[in-house]
Design a protein around this ligand. Structure first.
Ligand SMILES: Nc1nc2c(c(=O)[nH]1)N[C@H]1C(S)=C(S)[C@@H](COP(=O)(O)O)O[C@H]1N2
Ligand SMILES: [Mo]
Length: 332
């Protein structure tokens, strides 16, 4: 915190220079709650974080890779990390409104504590799991993943969390379980968007069990070394980096194991536009626009080049096997 003195020698603080209480609290709680892994990153100041973001632009070994003991091969990107400012103000979180600026405006109303996740269906250990217990379940890692929205833009974000597979193993799926359904919070008192009819609330998504078990599938509690901002899906969300962003559900409240492919919110809203798989694929266009290129947030401007979209968002080496022999145009 910077403290300035006026010409009478009185001390007054400049509001814009004070770490907002919420940010400070979130940093503290992440440090307190994290079982290990990225404690160093959680302690990083804004300035240090900016410096880190600069490093990430440079080729060579990724600092997060050097830091983390159990990083996932290929998961870390050497691309420039999107500025925190963009990642926390340009959001899709329709429960708080459909404009990109709405979530950052409205999500302060979200109450993230106490929080628990109901885990049910075809598993040996169903139950309600408290956020504190989920946080401690496995060592947290920082993973830099691209997030590619179906709308044609992308970001590169350092997420903090652990592989969802750690939680899945803990609850012991039964032999017949083949899919996992994810249900997120729909609270009309705090979420103005759930009164609208754009989607059938609550927001529901799903993965095949092997996709959910894939080491890249992240259960995230933080980003940029801090707990998730509310607009980014606090207190916990999924990040499925090879799929369009809408599969990465925010503010998760229920996980259900089933033998049937779950009906997902976007598929119910427009089945011809949003398939169950929704793997990033430059060769499978959205019926209303091409998916061949993307705009990296933060690179806008007259001369900003469009980037070529990569199959499976660049994670083909890691996840291609999951879809061996499948017609990706049919199972889009
Ligand atoms: N509950 C919920 N989760 C959601 C959404 C939403 O509207 N509601 N939007 C999705 C979409 S379309 C994208 S692109 C990502 C955006 O995540 P970000 O705002 O953290 O970048 O969140 C996804 N998760
Ligand atoms: Mo999206």
């Amino acid at each position: 915190m910077l403290i300035k003195t006026n010409n009478q020698g009185f001390v007054h603080t400049i509001p814009s220079e004070i770490t907002p209480e919420a940010t400070y609290q979130s940093r503290r709680s992440l440090i307190r709650l994290m079982a290990g892994g990225v404690a160093g990153a959680a302690l990083a100041s804004w300035a240090a974080r900016e410096a880190l973001a600069q490093d990430w632009a440079a080729p060579g070994q990724h600092p997060a890779l050097a830091r983390s003991k159990t990083s996932v091969a290929g998961a870390l990107s050497l691309e420039k990390v999107t500025e925190y400012q963009h990642a926390s103000t340009y959001n899709n979180f329709y429960e708080f409104g459909t404009d990109k600026a709405d979530p950052a405006q409205n999500a302060h109303a979200l109450k993230t504590s106490p929080w628990s996740v109901e885990i049910e269906g075809m598993i040996k250990k169903p139950g309600r799991y408290a956020l504190e217990d989920l946080l401690k379940l496995s060592a947290q890692e920082e993973r830099v993943y691209r997030l590619r929205c179906v709308e044609g833009w992308s970001m590169v974000i350092p997420w903090v969390g652990y592989s969802l597979s750690a939680l899945i193993k803990k609850v012991e799926p039964l032999g017949g379980a083949r899919y996992v359904e994810f249900v997120t919070l729909a609270d009309p008192k705090t979420m103005p968007g759930v009164g609208s009819r754009v989607l059938d609330w609550p927001y529901v998504e799903g993965l095949r069990l092997d996709e959910a078990m894939h080491p890249l599938t992240l259960l995230a509690f933080g980003m940029y070394g801090e707990v998730l901002p509310k607009q980014n899906g606090a207190p916990l969300r999924l990040v499925v980096p090879w799929k369009y962003g809408f599969k990465s559900v925010k503010s998760l409240v229920k996980i259900r194991f089933t033998d049937k492919q779950p009906a997902t919110a976007w598929n119910k809203a427009a089945a011809n536009e949003y398939g169950f798989y929704s793997n990033v694929n430059p060769d499978v266009d959205h019926p209303r626009w091409s998916q061949a290129t993307e705009r990296r947030i933060g690179e806008d401007g007259l001369f900003a080049r469009k980037r070529k979209t990569l199959l499976f968002n660049g994670y083909e080496a890691q996840v291609g096997q999951l879809y061996a022999g499948m017609d990706l145009k049919k199972f889009f």
